[in-house]
Design a protein around this ligand. Sequence first.
Ligand code: ATP
Ligand code: MG
Length: 500
Amino acid sequence: MVRWRDEVPTSGGVDLPPDARSMDGLGRNHSLDTALADLVDNSVDAGATEILVRIVRSAGRLRSLYVVDNGSGIAPETIDDAMTLGGQREYRTGDLGRFGIGLKAASFSQARSLTLLSRDQRGLAVGRRWELSHQQSGFICGVVPENFAAGELDREWNLPQGTGITVVRWDEVTGFPATDDPARIEEYISRTLAQIRQHLGLVMHRLLAAHRMKIWVEVEEAETGECGSRFCVSPIDPFGYTRTGKSGWPKTLVGQVEGLTLSMRCHIWPGRSQLPEFNLPGGADSRQGLYFYRNGRLLHAGGWEGIHASDRRLRLARVEIDIEDDTIGLFKMNPEKSKVSVGPQFSYLCEEACAADDTTLADYLQVAETVFRDSKKRTMRRRRMIPPGRGFTPSLKEAINLEIPLLEDQDPINIRWTPFADESFFRIDRDNHTLWLNDRYRAILLSGRRGGLNDMPILKTLLYITMEDLFQGEYLGPKDKDNLEIWQKLLTVAAQGEKP
Ligand SMILES: Nc1ncnc2c1ncn2[C@@H]1O[C@H](COP(=O)(O)OP(=O)(O)OP(=O)(O)O)[C@@H](O)[C@H]1O
Ligand SMILES: [Mg+2]
C-alpha cells in the first residue's frame, strides 16, 4: 500500500503561458453595473475627483462606452503593467485595487475590445488596446499611436483639470441593443443610466458623501459631438434613515474568537419607510442582512450569509460590517468585488458577539422583528380606504398600499381629466368610480410641463385623501353634500386664480 505523503515532489519545470482564450472567460460574474464599479475603483485609487461614464451613439446605434477620470494618469513605463493580467503594483493602505485583474475582467465581461489611454503629470499620451477577436495569435497587446491617444484624451470631456487623465474605452459592447430602433434605444438608455446611477450611488455612497469624488453619466451623439443631459450619481446610503426604528439603536456588537475580531453595527430601520435608501433594487426583503464595506466601498449589500434565513419580519434589520483584506476562515471577497463569502469562523463570532450592554445578535433580531410587527399593527388600526385606480403613479399607489389598509373588494377610484361644459373644478361620478377634473385648468396647473395619465401626483393625493370616503356607502349624506359644495366653490376659485 502506498501511504499518503505530506509533500509532492517535482523535478524540473515547463513554461506554460496561458492561452489567450482564457481572457474571454474573465469576469463572468459581472453585470454592466458591477463592471463599471470596478473601473470607478481604479479611478478612485488614482485620486480622481471627477469620473465620467459616457455612452456614444452613432448612426442611431450605441457603439462605445467610456470611463474617463482626472486622476493621476498612467506613466508610459507602467501602462503595460496596467494591461497585464495580474499585473503587480504597490498597493497603499486604503486602495480598492488588489488582484491586478479588475480592469481586464470588468472590460471583457462587457466588451470585445478594451482601449486604455492615459496621460500623467509629465504630459505624455500613451495607449494600449486588447481585442478579444485578435487573440488567436497569443497575448499581443496593441500599441495605440501617440497622436490617436492624444486625440482621445483631448476630446471634450468637460472635467476639471486634475494631475492627469485616463480614458478607458470599450467597443463592441455585448449588452448594447443590436438595433437602431430609436424607441428601443431610448428605453435602453434611460433604464441603463438609471441602473448605473443606482448601483454606483449605492456601492460608492460613503466615498461620494465624503466628497472624495463626483461621478457623472451621459450619452454623446457622435455625429454632432453633443451630449444630452449629464446626470450626477448621488449617494444612496442603505443606513440613511432620518430617524431610527427604535431608540437606543444602532448598537455595535463585537465578537472575539481565537484572535479574530468581528465588529457589527446593527441598525433598525423605521417601519414602512418610503426612502429609496430603504427600497433598494431587488426589494427591501432581499436587502435585509449584512452589508460589507472595504476601504469605504460597499462590496456586498444584504443577505444573512447563513446566520439566519431571510424573513419578511426581519426586513428592518441591516448590519454594517467593515472588513479589511481577506481573513482566513472569516471573510473572502470575490475578484469582481461584488460579494463577500464568510468562512466557518464567522458564525462562531456572531454567536459570541455582544454590545457593551450585553445585547446579542439574537436579541437584535428579536427587537427588529418586534419593531416590524408594531409598525404593521399601527397600519391595521387605520381607517380602511378604497384603493386608488387610474391616474395615480405606480409609486404613489405602492405608498398608499403600504400605509393604508385597503378595501380590496371595492372598485378602485380613478382621477381623470375631461372637458367640462362649465367652470367647476371637479365632478364626482360614483357610478364610474371616477373623480373627473375639468380639462380647462390642466395646462395652467401644469405650467408648461407635459401632462400624462399620471400627472400632478400632489393634487391627486390631496383629492384622494379628501374625497375618497364620498365613494363609500350607498348614498351621500347632507354633511357630504355640504362639504362637496364648499370644496367645489373653493377649488374652482383657486383654479381660476392660477390663470396667468
Ligand atoms: N483610471 C486609472 N488611473 C490610473 N491608473 C489606472 C487606472 N485604471 C487602472 N490603472 C492601473 O492599472 C492597474 C491595473 O488595474 P486593475 O483594475 O486591472 O487591477 P488593480 O486595480 O490593481 O486590482 P483589482 O483586480 O483588485 O482591481 C492598476 O493597479 C493601476 O495601476
Ligand atoms: Mg482595479
